[in-house]
Design a protein around this ligand. Structure first.
Ligand code: NDP
Ligand code: GDR
Length: 388
């Protein structure tokens, strides 16, 4: 039985990866942070009682800023594979906490690599580093001749997050070359899911659209509607992480869909799921999304309830989307588009979800969650949501 250690197991990717590895028969250890309230919702369904010695899923308290803790956990677990997914992963927030993000996302990677070396596990333990398309920074001149970013495209990070992750990228490559370690970077483009953190743009949109459709929210405030992202499904992307560590030779891989979409179009697609057609008016910070028409059959199919004529006429013509400059970034990555050729040919990686499938999965899940919230509100339990 192989043993894996996942940092960031409580995050979006960590939870899907833990599921995948358990399905494959691994013993899975995860590092979780101590917090004043539970932060394990994404993996609660995997919990196994630690009093039972034969469990295959176990979590350890730890933090990527704490070398001693990292060394002790790796010594205890003796992993065959480490997936370093732990990070302060929000690009906009990294401008607020640049030193912290350098410590966790940059030096944290070094702590993992050096711990493996200190413990003499260089030949046993394979390491996956969660690198990112943010390394490219969306610089137009750095795309390849076909207009994509690939494994050979130059980097130009545009945030403290990107700058910290570029250290993680290079130190992983350096330990591979210097010490012959099986250490690889997955350069993953944006990937989303119903488990995506609520402040990333896709999830913010699908949660707001569900809440607007069910009458729990009036308006969705967003930043740059023009940004283009190459969005895939996290379930598909964790499969690629595993494949990268099963290769004969350690190498770096781009994981992407090869298609790019504007934030505005993701908004449109999410509203279309509930039968709402949005009309865009105005420019820049004055741009708004107005409800133009409603397809009642689609609304019924998505929500399980029908809108009365009175309810529908109240909604039509309302401004449902506004721009709030609070969400603009000091430096923006305008366009990301990855070339998955190497991962498809060499890893045999094939994603199952396209963008429509992703939007459907996220919207279906967020409608269910909103309906649960509605029941709570009806039962006299207020539901508080932050609109970040
Ligand atoms: P999430 O933000 O959902 O999860 C991040 C995880 O890291 C959480 O478990 C979090 O713990 C943990 N973490 C944060 N700070 C620390 C710390 N100081 N010590 C230990 N653990 C910590 O991110 P994703 O799952 O979306 O992403 C996984 C990784 O992949 C990240 O490294 C991210 O930067 C990278 N990445 C993500 C992409 C994406 O589109 N999702 C694309 C490319 C790269 P807690 O739950 O307590 O907050
Ligand atoms: P990103 O993801 O920065 O690409 O990083 P995010 O979803 O935060 O932003 C994508 C694009 O949408 C624009 N945008 C908004 N973003 C947020 N969060 N909130 C808004 O209201 C909003 N309005 C518009 C942003 O400006 C941006 O252009 C993600 C993270 O998962 C990283 O950890 C990962 O490395 C990269 O993807 C690849």
């Amino acid at each position: 039985m192989k043993t894996a250690l996942i940092t960031g197991v409580t995050g979006q990717d960590g939870s899907y990866l833990a599921e995948l590895l358990l399905e494959k028969g691994y013993k899975v250890h995860g590092i979780k942070r101590r917090a004043s309230s539970f932060n394990t919702q994404r993996v609660d369904h995997l919990y196994q009682d630690p009093h039972n010695e034969s469990i295959r899923f176990k979590m350890h308290y730890g933090d990527l800023t704490d070398s001693m803790n990292i060394i002790r956990i790796i010594q205890e677990v003796q992993p065959d594979e480490i997936y370093n997914l732990g990070a302060m992963s929000h690009v906009k927030v990294s401008f607020d906490s640049p030193e912290y993000v350098a410590n966790v996302d940059g030096i944290g990677t070094l702590r993992i690599l050096e711990a493996v070396r200190i413990l003499g596990l260089e030949k046993k333990t394979r390491i996956y580093q969660a690198s990112t398309s943010e390394l490219y920074g969306g610089m137009p001149e750095n795309k390849n001749e076909n207009g994509f970013y690939d494994e050979n495209s130059p980097f130009y990070p545009r945030s403290p997050y990107g700058a910290a992750k570029i250290y993680g990228f290079w130190i992983t490559k350096n330990y591979r070359e210097a010490y012959g370690m099986f250490a690889c970077n997955g350069i993953l483009f944006n990937h989303e899911s119903p488990r995506r953190g609520e402040t990333f743009v896709t999830r913010k949109i699908t949660m707001a659209v569900a809440a607007i459709a069910l009458g729990m929210q009036d308006c969705l405030y967003l930043g740059n509607l023009e940004a283009l992202r190459d969005w895939g499904h996290a379930k598909d992307y964790v499969k690629a992480m595993w494949l990268i560590l099963q290769q004969e030779k350690p190498e770096d891989f781009v994981i992407a869909t090869g298609k790019t979409t504007k934030v505005r179009d993701f908004v449109q697609m999410s509203f279309e799921h509930v039968g709402f057609k949005i009309r865009w008016e105005g420019k820049g910070v004055n741009e708004v999304g107005i409800l133009d028409s409603i397809d009642n059959d689609k609304y019924l199919l998505a929500t399980g309830v029908s809108l009365s004529e009175v309810e529908a006429s109240k909604l039509l013509g309302q401004v449902l989307v506004k721009v709030d400059p609070t969400y603009f970034r000091p430096t923006e990555v305008d366009l990301l588009l990855g070339d998955p050729t190497k991962s498809k040919t060499q890893l045999g990686w094939e994603p199952e979800f396209d963008l429509n499938g992703l939007v459907n999965d996220m919207m279906t899940s967020d409608i269910k969650l909103t309906q649960k919230d509605l029941h709570l509100v009806e039962g006299g339990h207020p539901v508080y949501r932050q609109s970040e």
